[in-house]
Design a protein around this ligand. Structure first.
Ligand SMILES: Cc1cc2nc3c(=O)[nH]c(=O)nc-3n(C[C@H](O)[C@H](O)[C@H](O)COP(=O)(O)O)c2cc1C
Length: 455
């Protein structure tokens, strides 16, 4: 191994609640049901940190699944993601017991405000010593809208237009304090230099923010920006703002073409594509032998997920009530056109499963969740082989590891797969820096003077 060998980034794909992205996770015999305790999240954070993961990232949704059959009853009964805790509190308790691992949370540009988000993540960045990351989402469906005083979710591209403004205002707020604004001189007395703390006076179509932020500039300058746009508009948004991009591509070929396309979009905006990492979400199912791994996988796929739980989650992602459709109904172009949620995921999945013959039952059953990515199954060596194939094959810069059950899936990764990746020189054996930007090889951005004058 040479010292400058390219290495993977690894992210733990967390849920602050009862269910991982895999709908049957809460029923798994090894799942710990501690999702309402601090210790549960602290243990997960420590486990991932032992494995030198770059980042512990929590997804979010702002509503219980309530589109399928027009009710939350199935989601509640079957445990299809009915619980979602507030992420800033969860990350706060993990920050207190970890030293290195990055801490990422999802916040919506459609339902929060720039000041709120800028303040939350700047605070987390200070209190964690420079480990904060924000996953920028525009949210997905009407259930979320209805919890925030709207009847319907905004249209797809309009959400991204709004998100562009949101980012201008938020990054502007992070730059309202210059790095050396705090003086703390008791004698003079000068607390901070007013010439170095600026109003933002941002005025856009959607947002008006005066500023300055009530939090001084944070250790990373700005928290790391995560994003997972997959539509054309979403990819352009990610190309402008993201530093880590998450994807949900099911197969190697789809992932390669996504990787090329996204990096080109980054380059076209004058950014260096090498500084923007792309990470597909992936499941890993580790076994002592190939047969043992397959047996464990069968339990996940065939026995623990109720098809209605899957359809409940599918309806949320697509913003479409599938309860009226028979399980053997084909997934046609017309059907896909008629839904307003995440179309790209289902289009990719349909292509991956097998063209026009895909039925609703296939979608419901396929990997038991609709947030798709590759599933790596086998011994630790076999899993490392597959990860290496993707990583060296122009498909990704690392992985967002989703869990079939917690904390077991991460304990397996850290105990068995990470050492194999380390032996191959594909992953770090210890942290060399202290901030998340250090782990990711990202520079600390300078405070932009122009953003302080507003739009
Ligand atoms: C790994 C991963 C994590 C995601 N996490 C969230 C999340 O926490 N909340 C959310 O509303 N959407 C989440 N998404 C969905 C994306 O934000 C995005 O809406 C989706 O990929 C569709 O892209 P588009 O908006 O460009 O159509 C996630 C997607 C992926 C691949």
């Amino acid at each position: 191994m040479s010292n400058d060998q390219r290495q993977m980034s690894l992210v733990g794909f967390m849920q602050a609640g009862s269910t991982t992205v895999y709908a049957g996770s809460w029923r798994h015999p090894a799942t710990e049901q501690g999702f309402l305790t601090s210790e549960f999240y602290q243990k997960l954070g420590r486990t991932l940190e032992e494995g030198c993961f770059d980042l512990m990232f929590f997804d979010d949704r702002l509503a219980m699944p309530g589109i399928y059959g027009g009710s939350v009853a199935d989601a509640v009964r079957l445990g299809a993601r009915p619980v979602k805790l507030d992420l800033s509190v969860v990350l706060g308790v993990v920050a207190g017991v970890t030293r290195h691992i990055g801490l990422g949370a999802t916040y919506s540009t459609t339902y929060y405000s720039p000041f709120h988000v800028a303040r939350t993540f700047a605070t987390l960045d200070h209190l964690s010593g420079g480990r904060a990351a924000w996953n920028v989402v525009t949210s997905v469906n009407d259930s979320e809208a209805q919890n925030y005083g709207f009847r319907e979710h905004l249209g797809h591209d309009e959400r991204y237009d709004r998100a562009d403004e949101f980012m201008e205002a938020t990054t502007g707020l992070w730059d309202t304090w210059e790095d050396d604004a705090l003086v703390l001189d008791r004698e003079t007395p000068i607390f901070a230099d007013p010439a170095k703390v600026h109003e933002l006076r941002y005025e856009g179509k959607w947002f008006t923010v005066r500023g300055p932020l009530t939090v001084p500039r944070s250790p990373q300058g700005r928290p790391v920006i995560l994003q997972a746009g997959s539509s054309g508009r979403g990819r352009d948004f990610a190309a402008r703002w993201a530093e880590l991009i998450f994807t949900g591509d099911p197969g190697l070929e789809v992932a390669r073409s996504h990787y090329r396309d996204q990096k080109e979009r980054v380059g076209e905006l004058g950014r260096d594509p090498a500084t923007v990492k792309m990470l597909p979400m992936a499941y890993t199912v580790v076994g002592e032998s190939p047969g043992h791994a397959q047996e464990r996988e069968r339990l996940f796929l065939d026995e623990l997920v109720d098809p209605v739980a899957s359809l409940t989650l599918l309806s949320e992602l697509m913003n479409h009530d599938f309860s009226g459709l028979a399980l053997d109904a084909p997934i046609t172009d017309e059907l896909i056109e008629s839904v307003s949620g995440i179309r790209g995921l289902v289009q990719n999945l349909r292509r991956h499963i097998g063209g026009d013959t895909v039925t609703l039952a296939d979608l419901a059953g396929h990997r038991a969740t609709l947030l798709q990515g590759p599933r790596f199954v086998g011994t630790a060596t076999m899993i490392a082989d597959q990860m290496e194939e993707w990583f060296d094959g122009g498909a990704c810069d690392g992985f967002v590891i989703a869990a079939t059950h917690v904390p077991g899936a991460y304990e397996d990764m850290v105990r068995l797969v990470v050492p194999e990746l380390q032996r191959r020189g594909l992953f770090r054996s210890s942290y060399s820096g202290s901030t998340l930007r250090d782990h990711l090889g990202l520079t600390r951005p300078a405070a932009a003077a122009t953003s302080r004058t507003g739009a």
